[in-house]
Design a protein around this ligand. Structure first.
Ligand code: FES
Ligand SMILES: [Fe+2]
Length: 379
């Protein structure tokens, strides 16, 4: 049973936003700076990354953002001295508080002694291939910050990172090479984007060109613990270079792994497209793409990057700053089609929220992922 259009309301959104901070999210670097302290995003929240550690990017004194996104590294700058300064501590630009690389507050100007309990609290961090996932360790569970019923399931995600290991075992994730990033905005609640991602039912209607490359009669959705896997068998190659005995089979065009709540890893013949969902408001979501290519030795994949994907990559590489997803910018056809249909749904559910309408039943098999997502979100 669909939880109802209120799932997408501004009221539900504010509790979802708070609860999301306690879930595992992709650590999305904001630049390729080599500096020891770099800023990154964890869903909607800013974080500071130092090696394998991450902290909230907020000063514990009056809440100033500690580090703005770093500009691209300056080739002429004497990086060693710059780096060694950064390595030792990070200084707040407002009143000069200094935090060590372990997040500990070391200097607090104006205070007779360094106050206790005002260190930067480290986030939980875990790795998957070349990627880091993090979560804030103390999600709000009580009082005015408690999650409502349409976000309660986000608080249960405090255990381990959703486990996709049986789907990526044998793939050389660590050898993937970063090939660019881009972002764009969808005028819709984040859950609408995720729902659309989680089902293949719309493919023949919304993505006619894509549908011709897939053998939709054999399209499969597998639901596991906070994981949804979609397997898109290819009508003809190229195939994902999966190892022998892989649970998806051998003739797969796309293997789509969703890690609840906001990350997807799309595995293709040419590499992996990471999708990170950043909820902005009840009516706006930012989708971030990172493209990672297989090393030349892996599979026959290199020549097979679909043209629209390659175009997106090239543009993202050449013009990261303006790859902000202006209409038609770095988006490929499939993304544009999804975008348009999700925005169309957003307009529809707005009307349902206003007049207290309902939403319909799930297509068995095809919409198992969407159904599981709603269950996880609200239980
Ligand atoms: S806000 Fe950072 S030192 Fe005051
Ligand atoms: Fe789609």
């Amino acid at each position: 049973m669909h939880p109802g259009p209120q799932l997408y309301s501004p009221e539900a959104f504010s509790s979802q936003r708070r609860a999301l901070a306690g879930t595992w999210q992709f650590v999305r670097r904001e630049s390729d700076s080599e500096a020891p302290w770099t800023s990154a995003r964890l869903g909607m929240e800013g974080v500071l990354v130092n090696g394998d550690r991450a902290y909230p990017n907020v000063c514990t004194h009056r809440g100033a953002v500690l580090l703005e996104p770093s500009p691209a590294p300056d080739a002429d700058a004497p990086t060693s001295s710059k780096n060694s300064r950064l390595k030792t501590s990070i200084t707040c630009p407002y009143h000069g508080r200094q935090f060590g690389p372990d997040g500990r507050l070391k200097v607090a100007p104006g205070c007779p002694e360094v106050p206790a309990g005002e260190d930067l609290e480290p986030l939980a961090i875990t790795k998957l291939g070349p990627w880091s996932f993090g979560r804030f360790t103390a999600p709000p569970t009580a009082g005015p910050l408690a999650a409502g019923p349409l976000a309660a399931g986000l608080l249960a995600g405090g255990g381990a990172l959703p486990d996709v290991s049986r789907w990526v075992d044998g793939l050389p994730l660590d050898a993937l090479r970063f090939a660019g990033r881009s972002s764009y905005t969808v005028r819709a609640h984040w859950a609408l984007w995720v729902e659309n991602y989680l089902e293949g039912l719309h493919v023949p209607f919304v993505h006619r060109a894509l549908a011709r490359t897939l053998d939709l009669g054999r399209y499969r959705t597998v639901v596991e613990d906070r994981v949804v896997v979609q397997i898109g068998p290819a009508a003809t190659g190229p195939y994902v270079p999966l190892p022998a005995g892989h649970p998806a089979g051998i003739d797969v065009a796309g293997l789509y792994l969703y890690l609840y709540p906001c990350t997807a890893l799309n595995i293709y013949a040419w590499g992996v497209s990471v999708n990170v969902v950043e909820p902005i408001s009840a009516k706006e979501t930012r989708i971030h793409y990172e493209r990672w290519q297989w090393p030349p030795a892996h599979g026959a994949a290199q020549g097979d990057v679909p043209e629209h994907r390659l175009g997106g990559q090239a543009r993202a590489l050449g013009a990261q700053a303006d790859a902000q997803g202006g209409p038609g910018g770095a988006l490929d056809q499939v993304e544009l089609e999804d975008d348009a249909i999700v925005e169309r749904v957003a307009r529809g559910v707005d009307a349902l929220i206003a007049r207290g309408g309902r939403l319909g039943s799930y297509a068995p098999g095809w919409e198992d992922g969407t159904r599981a997502f709603h269950t996880w979100l609200t239980s």
